[in-house]
Write a protein that binds this ligand. Sequence first.
Ligand code: NCD
Ligand code: ZN
Length: 366
Amino acid sequence: MSTDTKNLKATNSALEISITRPDDWHVHLRDSDALSKVVGHTAFQFARAVVMPNLKPPITSTEQALSYKSRIMDALSKTPVPHSLKGSGFSFEPLMTLYLTDTTSPQELEKAFSAGVVAVKLYPSGATTHSDAGVTNILSTYPALETMQRLGMPLLIHAEVTDPLVDLFDREAVFIERHLVQLRKDFPELKIVMEHITTEEAAHYVQAGDKYLGATITAHHLLYNRNALFTGGIRPHYYCLPVLKREKHRVALVKAATSGSAKFFLGTDSAPHAAHLKEHASGCAGCYTAFSAMELYAEAFDAAGALDQLEAFASFNGADFYGLARNKGRITLRRESCQMPESLAFGHAKLIPLRAGEALPWRFVS
Ligand code: NCD
Ligand code: ZN
């Protein structure tokens, strides 16, 4: 039993846990109106968040990353602070990333890293939302990867092949065999994060790797298997990429996240899309979980009887992997029913958070 047990306070059937303020190591905040609607949800739960660069056009330069960062801070400054956080001295820092292309230059990466850009994201071209400008040939990125290895700048990978002949549910496992094994041989000291892992193969591969390899895991991949996509009809709000897999994979992810291994850390992959674009003949991929991110993770860890492992997963392992200081503040979560709204405002559209209209078993207190 870890030392975190002292933070579990039981009062009758209610239970409260207090953990170091967590970070989200993978989130989509979008831009403009959408940004202003979602930024508070992330900033009021997490001290820092690694912000994905898949805007239109993508964030490929230091200048774009810094200007995006100031738009995020500006949007946050206009967001009303919830009552529970007033006077708590809370702060939020977006950690910026660059979008890797076939032509990203070593010079741009050096400039970005010294300007505080924390990492670089590799989207195989065509793998997911706004990935068309992504990498078409990993070999063409080798000069960039060489530079990142030298700088100690992590490479964040959307690890799915795009080969249409490979079954959608196998694309992550095939990426490991076809690309990751070789990539890690060619760059043994490049820090690599397999983002939003969804399979037993990925969990085992990361677990067996050395200190240069880590992985983020979403709350929805800990809570659901692929049946959630089809319960009583097609359920677009459970559709994301990489897609939910079968139950044995969910079980393997829960085991990895709650194992105490420092190689696994929290990354919501919260990805807002207007409701009408998800409830569509060709619905967008992405689950919106930022609204209740820590409540969902607490639910998953509680169901596994592993609340004592939540703090390391949510608040320590990612910071340690990136070589950043751990946070100082704390948050409190309570096992108490918490009603989710049916929808959220999203400019002229609506945003449907995961579990809209349902009661969650955990509440974010402060
Ligand atoms: C993300 C998005 O909408 O930007 N969608 C998703 O399903 N996760 C992109 C991504 O991370 O793949
Ligand atoms: Zn993502």
